[in-house]
Design a protein around this ligand. Structure first.
Ligand code: UD1
Length: 417
């Protein structure tokens, strides 16, 4: 198991390019199944979750290879219509293959995705939507046995929660279904728009992505396409937090500032100067941050739950008190006890965390329990006095490409051992 060793307190400087989005790459890789040929995806981050998706594609008979940041997937001939549990359990988002698999095969078997460190993460909305589209789904002993009664057909689907994964599964399944599908209360995240852009490049007819109503007119004529994955807005927010806690001046390229609209005000309220130009932004942090008052996680365009943990590390060393309200997932405060080991002053009650900023964090040995919590610990360790050790780096590697190299290139003292 790898460990990060971080000697905190170093200022960061220079320029860094933000990696491609994990949460775009995963559904787009699943969507390549609809195309029956060789699709080329640029700006694909090298992450364990992406590798897990590629292994699923290979298992069912696709050819998949990587050349640096480019992934080439050939879904021309497929040999299997089931995904075994060891592959489903490697990545929580493996459920995104359900819509694509039912669209490509008449019959599909897969296990439920792995358990989750963010509290219960049900898939009822995915299953109910696909049932409305004509998929017969039997759930027994943790296995989803799916078949199509007559044909996969369009439906009017109203989501009670704007679930990102359910919206994506519906869009993928509906792209080649018979008739038109309308998703009301759809998730509006930039990754939904990226998926629609990829599918439309393949010949799909999807409109309204990025708004609350997405309309998908099914067509049987999808073809492979080339597509460049959007930059990862959560990685951008994490690296910006790293610059902020170390009082640094860093330029980030390859970001889409409009994707960060709910996040940038938090940095500005904390006293950071942000200059947006071209495809990048520059962040200059003050000597001491000011605590942002209230951060409530919400579906996009609200403040992203995935940025809550790294931003909490900023609040931990800011002057004043910040109240966090985590509205998206239960159990998304597993980083709090570890931040407290580093000297943070944080109290949690239910979905509320109250952070009373301290002047300095101290080095400690800490353990990550989930992806974004791991990122929060790295950010905190960068500004802690002395040498910290972070375990649980395998969580970080699900979503951050070579984070130690990226931070080292900016002047941080961080190594993986
Ligand atoms: C996606 C992101 C994840 C992010 C989350 C919320 C990917 C690969 N992951 O996860 O990084 O934190 O959006 O922005 O894109 N829910 C149900 N039933 C369902 C589905 C969801 O009750 O069938 C609930 C969840 O428990 C959660 C809420 O809906 O409380 C939002 O979940 P959802 O938007 O589906 O998140 P994911 O797609 O899993």
């Amino acid at each position: 198991m790898s460990v990060f060793v971080v000697d905190g307190g170093k200022r960061l400087s220079g320029e860094v390019k933000v990696q491609g989005s994990k949460n775009s790459t995963l559904p787009i890789l699943a969507a390549t199944l609809l195309c029956g040929g060789e699709s080329v995806l640029f700006n694909c981050p090298r992450l364990s979750d992406v590798e897990a998706s590629l292994d699923i594609l290979r298992y069912i008979g696709c050819k998949a290879k990587r050349e640096d940041g480019t992934v080439i997937v050939d879904t021309g001939s497929l040999s299997r219509s089931e995904i075994p549990s060891q592959l489903m359990h490697r990545m929580r988002s493996s459920i995104i293959f359900l819509g694509a698999m039912v669209a490509r095969f008449d019959r599909v078997r897969m296990t439920f995705p792995g358990g989750c460190e963010l509290g219960p993460r049900p898939i009822d909305l995915h299953l109910s939507a696909l049932r409305q589209m004509g998929v017969d789904i039997n759930e027994e002993h943790g296995v989803l046995d799916c078949s199509i009664d007559d044909c996969l057909h369009g439906a009017d689907i109203s989501l009670p929660i704007p679930s990102v994964g359910a919206t994506e599964n519906i869009m993928i399944a509906a792209a080649t279904a018979r008739g038109t599908t309308t998703v009301s209360n759809a998730a509006r995240e930039p990754e939904i728009v990226d998926l629609a852009d990829f599918l439309n490049a393949c010949g799909a007819r999807i409109s309204g992505a990025g708004g609350s109503t997405v309309v998908i007119e099914g067509t049987s004529d999808l073809h492979p396409a080339s597509h460049s994955i959007i930059p990862d807005r959560i990685v951008a927010a994490t690296l910006m937090s790293a610059a902020a806690v170390t009082g640094s001046d860093v330029r980030f390229t390859g970001v889409v500032p409009s994707h960060l609209e709910s996040v940038l005000p938090v940095f500005r309220d904390s006293g950071c100067y942000i200059d947006i130009s071209g495809d990048g932004l520059r962040l200059s942090a003050p000597y001491r941050l000011t605590a942002p008052k209230l951060i409530r996680t919400m579906p996009y365009p609200g403040f992203p739950t995935d940025a809550q943990a790294p931003i909490m590390s900023m609040a931990a060393v800011a002057d004043g008190m910040t109240v966090f309200v985590e509205n998206m997932f239960l159990s998304r405060y597993s980083h709090v006890s570890e931040l407290c080991r580093l000297g943070a002053n944080i109290r949690v009650e239910g979905k509320v965390a109250v952070v009373d900023g301290v002047r300095r964090l101290l080095s400690a040995e800490v353990t990550a329990h989930d992806l974004r919590g791991a990122a929060a610990l790295v950010v905190a360790a960068l500004c802690a006095d002395g040498e910290s050790r972070i375990r649980g780096i395998e969580y970080l590697e699900r979503g951050y490409e070579d984070m130690e190299l990226v931070l080292s290139s900016l002047g941080a003292d961080i190594k993986k051992i």
